[in-house]
Design a protein around this ligand. Structure first.
Ligand SMILES: Cc1ncc(C[n+]2csc(CCOP(=O)(O)OP(=O)(O)O)c2C)c(N)n1
Ligand SMILES: [Mg+2]
Length: 337
């Protein structure tokens, strides 16, 4: 038994050797997500964004590394902590920000808000508010890829808290039974609202959660974009070879509160500060780039400026776009296929 378990576990590969263009691209993408989210946080504070809003700050390397590992037509979906996933999928910052402000120019015409945005064009399937509920949907997308005889796969993200939901294991069972093309990614940011992983999980090595069904798992440093990319490459290769599902546990960290109202009594400020100063995904990559001479300070500043302009433009658009017409209440309620 122990032997089988060991064979099922894969060792996470070392960081990928990416080209200079790729590395600078990852830096830019992570910075765009960070600055976008900071702006969304400010706009929320000013009352321009209402309802729920869950920021992804700190976790940027996960989506950027995984997105780099997949190909055109592969589908992505996640929970309510979704702005980073949308931007990584190439969705327009203006449309995402306008959805946050509830305006007609938003991806769901201002009717979905932060947790409910989609883009078939960019193969992003939401944005889901019910904890764990996206996992069966992501598994269904994998089934659709197989049924339509494509070689596409489904990236299905969920959180450490969601990992304790029953429907996750029903999905694992079907995916393993039918060898569906799905990469499950558990973003272990250490907390589910105010509950630390160890307080809610009997098995805290989340990459092992598929073992009994023969789903191999890998634990990955989710604060290092190049390690994420390397693990993503390996996982995608496994799935495309028809070997069925695989589970990646990304060890990451959320800097901000669970949502915009979070008493923050479940961890110390020092804990957050320590991760920020020792493991920040953007700072780490920035240092590596400079040390390796892949770009100089001026080139990185230029990227910062470019990103700032995109975010400023998105914030302006999100405030200028009109509110949805009341008649929109009756549209998009039912889609007859
Ligand atoms: C079925 C269900 N139960 C409870 C909630 C309330 N809730 C929202 S987020 C959350 C924590 C989930 O944590 P995790 O899966 O770790 O994701 P993270 O917020 O860390 O990204 C809970 C309990 C919900 N939305 N749905
Ligand atoms: Mg969590």
């Amino acid at each position: 038994m122990a032997k089988t378990t060991r064979r099922r576990r894969k060792t996470a590969p070392a960081a990928v050797a990416a080209t200079v263009d790729e590395v600078l691209g990852y830096y830019r993408e992570m910075l765009l997500i960070r600055r976008f989210e900071e702006k969304a946080g400010q706009m929320y504070g000013m009352g321009l964004i209402g309802g729920f809003c869950h920021l992804y700050i700190g976790q940027e390397a996960v989506v950027v590394g995984m997105q780099a590992a997949i190909g055109e037509g592969d589908t992505v979906l996640t929970s309510y902590r979704d702005h980073g996933h949308m931007l990584a999928c190439g969705m327009d910052a203006k449309g995402v920000m306008a959805e946050l402000t509830g305006r007609a120019g938003g991806y769901s015409k201002g009717k979905g808000g932060s947790m409910h945005m989609f883009s078939r064009e960019r193969n992003f399937y939401g944005g889901h508010g019910i904890v764990g509920a996206q996992v069966p949907i992501g598994t269904g997308l994998a089934f659709a890829h197989r049924y339509r005889e494509t070689d596409r796969l489904s990236l299905t993200y969920f959180g450490d808290g969601s990992a304790n939901q029953g429907q996750v294991y029903e999905s694992f069972n079907m995916a393993a039974l039918w060898q569906l093309p799905v990469v499950y990614i558990v973003e272990n940011n250490q907390y589910a609202m105010g509950t630390a992983v160890g307080r809610a999980s009997a098995q805290t090595e989340l990459f092992r959660r598929g073992e009994s069904m023969g789903i191999p798992g890998m634990q990955v440093d989710g604060m290092d974009v190049l390690k994420v990319r390397a693990a993503g490459d390996q996982a995608v290769k496994h799935v495309r070879a028809g070997k069925g599902p695989i589970l990646l546990e990304m060890k990451t960290y959320r800097y901000r509160g669970h949502s915009m109202s979070d008493p923050a009594k479940y961890r110390t400020k020092e804990e957050v500060q320590r991760v920020r100063s020792e493991r920040d995904p953007i700072d780490q990559l920035r240092e590596n780039i400079l040390e390796a001479g892949q770009a100089d300070e001026a080139a990185l500043k230029e990227i910062d400026r470019e990103v700032k302009d995109i975010v400023t433009e998105a914030a302006e658009f999100a405030q200028q776009s009109p509110e949805p017409d009341p008649a929109e209440l009756y549209t998009d309620v039912l889609l007859e296929a």
